[in-house]
Design a protein around this ligand. Structure first.
Ligand code: KG4
Ligand code: ZN
Length: 331
């Protein structure tokens, strides 16, 4: 049996604890508790998120161990999201991880949240090596990277990002407007199945470079809603426009860089419409996370850490949470 790594993510509103075995690389457990508490507010309330993580993290960790059929003393390392994310929420996971690492005498491996999403997207293509493109689409990010082999590990060059709202954020805001709860990306996708995307003319948010911009689309969707369009048509039109913007920019990036592979990850990578459009991209090999690893979770954090040589345990446990943390900054 390979080494067992515990992975923890509390960067936003999901309390995630996962167990990964590193050789061969596989997910042994992935326990996630999504916080419903934010539904009434239409967005994540940071203070409520931190408290809820605190109330539930121990039980979620126990659930992960039960799923994996292992004990705490069998782990080789504890991996945890150190950022970016909501500071108070990050601190709960980080301190829980520090306590475990200290108590068990294990190394603590701080992981960048986006590296976790990427690791989930790469799980099914262990033979891939850089260079390739990486598109992270979630409620907080719409970031496009070129991943290359650097002198000391992988090098991430940010090619483009959203200038305003993230793709998932737009889906969530319009889903909320339609009374679909929060986060509403998946519910909006279900509603869109019954709609006609051509029935609501929304502008193309495509800009021409490798950046994204979704706020104009959001406003147009709001106006169309107020004008009384059918909710299912609005959902279908919005989804089509978001997918189109992602695909067009991806094609442009592939053309500019000459890359032929792309990994797409983050919560919005669960979108069936996006997956269908990606499958039709000519000349681009695409890798996506398996079910259950698209939205935030702890297993992806352990997966990201599994590729690293475990350092000796740090007795000072000096790692700090970083609410803002560019992926390029750390590698
Ligand atoms: O990665 P994630 O869990 O959290 C962040 O790091 O932000 O992503 C959450 C986002 C939300 O905006 C949610 O609406 C969206 O992913 N999402 C989806 C689907 N499932 C989750 N969007 C479209 N289709 C889905 N099936
Ligand atoms: Zn995320």
């Amino acid at each position: 049996m390979g080494r067992l790594i515990l992975g923890i993510d509390t960067s936003c509103d999901d309390t995630g604890v996962g167990v990964v075995e590193d050789a061969p690389l596989r997910v042994r457990a992935n326990a996630v508790r999504s916080q419903l508490i934010h539904q009434g507010y239409g967005g994540v309330v940071p203070e409520l998120a931190s408290r809820s993580h605190l109330d539930h993290i121990a039980a979620v960790a126990q659930r992960a161990l039960d799923q994996a059929g292992c004990r705490f003393d069998q782990f080789s390392a504890v991996a945890v999201t150190a950022g970016p994310g909501l500071l108070g929420a990050l601190l709960v996971g980080l301190n829980f991880a520090k306590g475990l690492a200290q108590g068990l005498g294990l190394p603590l491996l701080p992981v960048h949240h986006l590296q976790g999403h990427l690791a989930a997207g790469l799980l099914e293509v262990p033979h891939w090596a850089p260079p390739f493109l990486a598109l992270i689409v979630s409620g907080g990010h719409t970031h496009l990277f070129d991943v290359a082999e650097g002198a000391s590990g992988w090098h991430y060059q940010l090619l483009g990002a959203t200038l305003d709202d993230a793709a998932g954020e737009v889906l969530d805001k319009i889903a909320r407007l339609l009374g679909l709860g929060f986060p509403g990306g998946a519910a909006l996708a279900r509603l869109a199945e019954a709609g006609d995307p051509r029935a609501v003319p929304l502008p193309r948010p495509y800009r021409g470079g490798l950046d994204f911009s979704f706020s104009g689309l959001k406003t147009a969707a709001l106006l169309a809603y107020r004008a009384g369009c059918r909710p299912e048509d609005l959902a279908a039109a919005l989804q089509a426009r978001v997918v189109e913007a992602l695909i067009k920019t991806l094609r442009r990036a592939a053309h500019q860089t000459g890359r032929s592979r792309v990994v797409v990850a983050g919560g919005v990578a669960a979108s069936a419409a996006l997956r269908a459009a990606l499958a039709e991209l000519p000349g681009l090999e695409v890798s996506l996370p398996p079910p259950g690893l698209n939205t935030d979770n702890g297993a992806m954090i352990a997966l990201a850490a599994a590729g690293r040589d475990a350092p000796a345990p740090d007795p000072t446990l000096g790692c700090e949470a970083r609410a803002e943390w560019g992926l390029g900054d750390m590698l």
